[in-house]
Design a protein around this ligand. Structure first.
Ligand code: 9MR
Length: 850
């Protein structure tokens, strides 16, 4: 037994491999597996030549093929019986270290597999053994060794191949680690601190918290909760919120188990905030990834019209549905596939834009964290905050997907562009040989583009007026096109080669796009559309949360946080806060602090759903300053970072036991040791309670699981373990919020600011700002900071000098640069320019002292 242990699953399979207790006498289904009769019974593709010597078949494999299945040896016509367990054995070696694909499948589209493994061969012969249980009856099973996909020619040698019946059924036992489940990354010093103990004990048990040196820091008794349905476990809660110590390497011991270590305090969330956003650069299409910027992830540009790519430079419509071609080079690959999908790209770009927009307007927001030079991206030195640069990469792609002027559907956005057929794994973007096509325009894609481009426009206005204008024009063109074609629905089924992203309910997309266009332009037509939408007064927060198919919440979150003059805006704020209350109540009821899935359903990408709910809770904190919302975000992160039924952190590189084999054609380390795992800060999609109806790995292992356990860190499980641009955007938002709670702008509570708009006229306004020391000690060198609402800029000021960078204004010599005594008020003012909409005050003005 050799390489089988290289796989998480292989290890489990290997543990179960001994066939000693098999009930029936094993039968070998193969013909001439020992090559005693030359190659009789075997076939190979025409590009292979070889010979048998001493019971070993050696074949010369050509270099330069793209797919594993471009060179195959195998046997056909194998009778496979549903429910029967089999053991595939073989010995193999290679002239150099290569990874190959060994599988038993049906050789008919959609190529269902009974077992699929990726052994790494070396010059030394190795024995391999895999057990599997068939899920279907086939008369035409095929054993195949798919040995293509290597740049250089090499030699493959195979011997002693057997496919035996009567094997012991393999079992999958996930490594759930210690039964004391903790946030494996960090608890906040001043936040809630809870762990979950999996135990059958009915009564409370004692727990102890130790520091890294082993000293006892705190102790107490658990609170028994009993059976919990999402995990299928019986659990107790350990609450150590009272602990004030900080540092690394704490552990909790209870019921004879000691947790993985964790930090209290520290800057793990600042790192995570950067990593979650730096995830996007190596997802970029159409550009070479520079290894100096993303170490370990450098690669050739994908889909830039260089063979074998057919390129995205002039893409036509699938099935000749149009007579034009678009240059849709660029954007991000959606996920582990090479497709690019506008609805998902739109929400992802918007959520990254919101990372920045929140930093502008929230009291704890810190734009410095997101500044030019802060992320691992190439666009350093352009003066633009990096997170905006990254979002722009996608927004420009979204704009390129618009139907050109003069065409019948001009201004609509094509729903997606992807390969003609699904490709296999691994496959570097630059090696994809397939033809790619535009799929038909849709109303949903057009409105997602409108929303994201409108948001980009207002955020880029201070940095790049030309791009801001282009983005707004694209958004307004898209809006008009969507109004003209309000029911071009993307179907739930689509040609092979890409995901469907079907959506036949678009009132939420209309509402979101109208809200973003209103926030950017202030125009009455958009305001009216927002106010008239039936979603405006509706509760859009109960239900699943927001995701690419349900976007109304995004409108409400932005209307609540971004300064604007919408009549009745307070009601929107109240709706957001009520939504946060709902999510927190579900979280509070869970012994995992998991505010999701109590109904037993964990959707595809459940981790993103968990995090998007936390985005709502975080926004409630930004709007109210009430600590239960901030604490709710902190404890809500525990589940994602390891306090869960599997003891797994779903963020690569974070925690002691984390997801690292996410489904991806280029982060395919599990399949080919020469390729990397996903970068640190990559979120896995997470448990999917109906995963077993989707992917083959889930079908094999996850058909009978409690929802939280319907997950496997295997690259083949795309329904539970993919990475995507939209899911990482959820992580980016929550991680940046969390980072701001420790390192963000620290304002002085005893410094109160009143921001008055004393007068306004069509093109300007007069603002007066009163700064009062409400404390009992003098405040020295007060500085004020705020963000000018969209459309406003400073003309001139009195009694203070104002610096403006982007939309952020700083007043540095408040009170003449001297101390402001207790009870005293200092007043200054300025004349501002504005566009046609009414002047409104910023969301928040904070004082710092120096
Ligand atoms: O995230 C998508 C999920 O909401 C859908 O239920 C699922 C099935 O249609 O597709 C998911 O999106 C996948 C897309 O279709 C193709 N790229 C990878 C995406 C993540 O798995």
């Amino acid at each position: 037994m050799a390489a089988a242990t290289a796989f998480a699953l292989g290890a489990a399979a290997a543990a179960a491999a001994p066939a000693a207790q098999a009930q029936d006498e094993p039968t070998d289904l193969l013909t001439n597996g020992d090559f005693a009769n030359g190659t009789s019974g075997w076939w190979s593709t025409a590009n292979l030549t070889g010979a048998v010597a001493d019971g070993e078949w050696c074949l010369d494999v050509p270099g330069g093929t793209a797919n594993a299945w471009d060179a195959i040896v195998g046997q056909d016509g194998l009778p496979i019986v549903s429910g029967e367990s089999y053991e595939l054995q073989f010995t193999a070696r290679a002239s150099e270290d290569v990874s190959v694909r060994a599988l038993v499948q049906r050789p008919v589209d959609p190529w269902p597999t009974a077992v699929e493994q990726f052994p790494t061969l070396t010059a030394e012969p190795q024995d391999f053994s895999y057990t599997f249980t068939a899920g279907a009856d086939w008369t035409d099973g095929q054993l195949a060794f798919q040995i293509g996909r290597h740049a250089e020619p090499w030699q493959f040698c195979l011997s002693e191949v057997k496919l035996l019946t009567g094997a012991e059924p393999p079992v999958y036992e996930p490594d759930t680690g210690p039964r004391v489940r903790v946030n494996q990354v960090a608890y906040f010093e001043d936040g809630p601190k809870r762990a979950t103990l999996v135990t059958d004990a009915a009564a409370a048990v004692p727990w102890q918290l130790h520091d890294a040196a082993g000293a006892l820091v705190a102790s107490g008794n658990t609170a028994p909760h009993g059976a919990e349905s999402t995990s299928g476990e019986s659990v107790h809660v350990i609450d150590f919120s009272g602990v004030t110590a900080s540092g690394e390497g704490f552990t909790i011991t209870a019921d004879g188990e000691t947790s993985y270590p964790f930090a209290i305090g520290g800057d793990a969330y600042s790192d995570l905030a950067v990593d979650a956003i730096s995830f996007y650069y190596p997802q970029r299409s159409g550009v070479a990834i520079d290894d100096a910027i993303a170490p370990g992830y450098g690669r050739e540009a994908g889909h830039v019209d260089e063979a074998p790519n057919q390129g995205d430079g002039a893409v036509t419509c699938y099935a000749n549905a149009c007579d034009y071609a678009l240059d849709v080079t660029g954007g991000w690959y959606d996920a582990g596939d090479h497709g690019k999908y506008v609805v998902n790209g739109g929400i992802s770009a918007a959520q990254l834009l919101s990372v920045y927009e929140r930093a502008l307007h929230a009291p704890t927001g810190d734009t410095a964290r997101l500044a030019d030079g802060s992320m691992r991206i190439p666009e350093h030195g352009d003066g633009v905050p990096d997170v905006l640069d990254e979002a722009r990469w996608e927004v420009e792609f979204l704009m390129s997907m618009q139907v050109p002027a003069g065409e019948e559907l001009a201004g609509m956005a094509h729903h997606k562009i992807h390969d003609e057929f699904w490709t296999g794994l691994p496959l570097m973007p630059a090696d994809d040989p397939q033809a790619r096509y535009l799929q038909p325009p849709s109303t949903a894609a057009t409105l997602n583009l409108a929303a994201a481009a409108a948001q980009a426009s207002r955020l880029f206005a201070p940095y790049d007026a030309e791009f801001a204008a282009q983005a707004l024009e694209a958004a307004e063109t898209a809006w008009a096109a969507a109004l003209a074609h309000p029911d071009l629905y993307a179907p739930d089924t689509s040609p092979a080669g890409g995901g469907p992203y079907g959506d036949s309910k678009v009132e939420d997309e209309f509402y979101w796009a109208a809200a973003e266009l209103f926030l950017t332009t202030g125009e009455k037509a958009y305001e009216d559309f927002v106010l008239d939408s039936k979603l405006h007064d509706a509760d859009v927060f109960s239900g699943t949360g927001f995701w690419w198919g349900e976007v109304a919440q995004l409108a409400k979150l932005d209307l609540a946080l971004v300064p604007n003059a919408l009549p009745g805006r307070d009601e929107v704020v109240a709706q957001v806060v009520a939504g946060a209350d709902l999510y927190l109540s579900e979280q509070d009821a869970s012994p995992w602090d998991l505010g999701y899935g109590a109904n037993g359903t964990f959707d595809w990408g459940s981790n993103s759903a968990v995090l998007n709910r936390l985005v709502v809770v975080a926004t409630a904190f930004d709007l109210t300053g009430e600590s239960q919302y901030r604490d709710g975000v902190f404890s809500g992160l525990d589940y994602i970072l390891g306090r869960n039924a599997l003891g797994n952190s779903y963020v690569t590189g974070y925690g002691s036991h984390f997801s690292q084999n996410q489904h991806s054609r280029w982060y395919s380390h599990q399949l080919d040791p020469n390729l990397p795992n996903p970068p640190a800060g990559t979120l896995s999609g997470g448990p999917n309670s109906i995963a077993g109806t989707w992917d083959p790995v889930a079908q094999r292992w996850l058909t009978d699981c409690a929802p939280q356990r319907c997950y496997i860190d295997d690259i083949g499980s795309w329904a539970t373990n993919e990475l995507t641009v939209n899911w990482n955007a959820s992580l980016a938002q929550v991680a940046n919020f969390a980072a701001d709670q420790t390192g963000g702008v620290q304002t002085v509570p005893s410094c109160e600011v009143e921001y008055r708009i004393n007068g306004q006229w069509p093109s300007g306004f007069n603002a007066q700002i009163l700064v009062t020391n409400t404390g009992s000690v003098p405040l020295n060198h007060i500085a004020l900071k705020w963000t000018l609402p969209t459309g406003q800029s400073i003309v001139h000021s009195w009694s203070v000098s104002l610096d403006q960078e982007g939309q952020v204004v700083t007043a540095t010599d408040v009170a003449g640069g001297k101390a402001l005594k207790p009870g005293r008020t200092f007043t200054f003012g300025f004349i501002g320019a504005k566009d046609g909409r009414p002047a409104v005050a910023p969301s928040f003005v904070g004082c710092t002292t120096g």
